[in-house]
Ligand binder design. Structure first.
Ligand code: NHW
Ligand code: EN5
Length: 388
């Protein structure tokens, strides 16, 4: 069934429910000198390349590959369209390794035809903090699919992660593989009903007319939380404290220091938006929310070419109710002309989803760990990790 995944140190379907297996690493690290020193072999026409994301030309090649070949929805109406600035942000966090930005080129033409990346993250699993890689942006050109290139790419990035003495990884996918740490659901809050219906992202249900839909999804024209403002560099220490405290509640979550909070949360136009609530009396930062910008190309529509989507990222509420905080996020997203605001049912999101008129999506997101076993799958609300 899974000729490749059966050979890997991941939870196997046959072991689901077997509580006798211990939690923790599935296989032990080896000496670095015992890690294979040469890259895995690719089919003869292809060669490995490190993609230098500092280079505008290389970044553009990656962007073009993903724009034309990355993830689509089940009905092939939409394809993720990560921007170049977004890719640079997502792939160059503090301590990143250039060697983990791996491309495959056609030897003869040098055309980039496949890609896979990792970035380092310190992940807490229960009460252990484990150095891991987050693996993302696995992509094989449409014309090269089903040739078993993906397993070679996964083995090669594993080798390069091992060379940095890192032995665990986290990844997410829309497909079911052996075996999920958690199974999460996408939810969508309509901001621009007319466009979402026109492009096939949503449908007018029974007894729903366009004017009813427009009224249903209407939002206040300005935010309601006093003291809400864009996050600034001076907020980093306070936001780090809030986030560290908050993420400690979840079974699996990253741990962030100031440098990582600065990288992942300081606002960048068209990439990441973050807002803090500053208490007007004490000047304390009591809450914050963030969302990232990830448009999708609309495939084959005569009137529209991109769907502007916001994805909720990390949020912490200590004094403003999370529902109100998230409503302000929706209002700001609407002001910034997003068409839809997306969320997963992870962390404490579940309660605000229904309240704020999110609708269940047709996509799921499975979370995985490589070389780390948990006795049972987690509930989405036990997960404190968002991957791009
Ligand atoms: S999920 C997004 C993945 N990308 C896309 O869906 C883009 C569109 N699709 C493609 O480009 C986020 C291709 O279809 C891909 C597969 C490249 C997906 N994850 O080459 P073959 C991520 O980037 C298995 C893992 O013939 P293909 C996360 C499949 O089950 N495995 O297929 C990435 C089969 O193995 P099996 C996947 O269609 C995490 C084998 O690949 C997969 O031409 C990576 C078939 O290969 C997926 N999304 O190419 C793992 N999709 O055993 C990182 C298919 O079932 C692990 N497969 O026979 C950690 C490594 C680091 C460890 C460090 C200690
Ligand atoms: C991880 N780094 O399927 C990335 N998206 O629901 C890789 N559906 O947008 C993993 N099919 O439900 C990616 N509209 C896995 C996700 C791949 C993309 C994907 C889903 C998530 C999605 C939309 C559009 C469906 C189009 C037809 C959807 C319904 C919204 C509706 C709004 C009004 C109230 C009811 C729901």
């Amino acid at each position: 069934q899974h000729k490749f995944w059966e050979t890997q140190p991941v939870g196997q379907f046959k072991d689901v429910g077997n509580s006798s297996l211990p939690e923790g690493p599935i296989e032990q690290p080896t000496l670095l000198s015992e890690v294979k020193q040469e890259p895995y072999n690719l089919p003869n026409l292809y060669e490995w390349t490190v993609c230098d994301m500092d280079s505008d030309d290389v970044c553009n090649e990656v962007y073009v590959l993903l724009t034309n070949n990355y993830v689509e929805d089940d009905d092939n109406l939409f394809r993720f369209n990560y921007s170049k600035e977004f890719l640079r942000w997502g792939l160059r966090p503090p301590g990143y390794f250039r060697s983990w930005h791996i491309g495959v080129r056609v030897k003869a033409s040098k055309k980039l035809v496949a890609f896979i990346t990792g970035v380092p993250v310190k992940m807490r699993v229960r009460d252990e903090v484990v150095q891991m890689a987050e693996v993302n942006f696995l992509c094989v050109h449409k014309k090269l699919r089903s040739k078993r290139l993906a397993p070679v790419m996964i083995k090669e990035i594993t080798r390069r992660i091992h060379l940095e003495n890192i032995w665990q990884a986290a990844y997410t996918a829309g497909v079911l593989l052996p075996t999920p740490l958690a199974t999460c659901q996408y939810w969508h809050r309509t901001l621009n009903p007319k466009k979402l219906i026109d492009v096939g992202f949503s449908r007018l249900g029974d007894r729903m007319t366009m004017s009813r839909a427009i009224k249903l999804y209407k939002l206040p024209s300005s935010t309601v939380t006093p003291g809400l403002r864009k996050m600034e560099a001076r907020d980093v220490p306070a936001v780090t404290r809030l986030l560290r405290d908050y993420l400690s509640r979840f079974v699996v979550a990253p741990t962030f220091d100031d440098a990582e909070v600065e990288h992942w949360l300081l606002p960048q136009e068209n990439v990441i938006e973050s807002y803090v609530v500053e208490c007007l009396e004490t000047r304390e930062i009591t809450d914050f929310f963030s969302f990232y910008t990830l448009p999708s190309s609309i495939l084959n529509n005569p009137n529209y070419s991109t769907l502007k989507a916001a994805y909720t990222f990390y949020n912490v509420s200590t004094s403003t109710p999370l529902v109100q905080l998230t409503q302000d996020a929706l209002i700001i997203a609407k002001q910034k002309d997003f068409d839809v605001f997306n969320a997963l049912d992870i962390m404490e999101n579940e309660p605000f989803l229904k309240e704020l008129k999110f609708g269940r999506g047709d996509g799921q997101l499975y979370y995985y760990l490589y070389n780390y076993r948990l006795r049972d799958a987690l509930r989405p609300s036990e997960l404190g990790l968002v991957m791009l």
